[in-house]
Ligand binder design. Structure first.
Ligand code: SF4
Length: 64
């Protein structure tokens, strides 16, 4: 089962991963005034790597 990790030290909550993921793995959530991406549907991940490639912060790691 794929593992999708978002490094919240790097994530700036721009939501690009939400837009590029074909299976809606990510959701933006606000916590303590900061918006971050959370991989809420990791089980759906197709390991297409679109999020990894597109994230300008290099904040996403996907492992098969
Ligand atoms: S690798 Fe593809 S399917 Fe998996 S979370 Fe990233 S964009 Fe979504």
């Amino acid at each position: 089962m794929p593992e999708v990790k978002v490094d919240h030290e790097k994530c700036d909550g721009d939501g690009i991963c939400v837009d590029v993921c074909p299976v809606a793995v990510f959701e933006l959530k606000e916590e303590g005034g900061n918006t971050k991406s959370y991989a809420v549907n990791q089980d759906e991940c197709l390991v297409c790597m679109a999020c990894v490639v597109q994230c300008p912060q290099n904040a996403i790691e996907v492992n098969e």
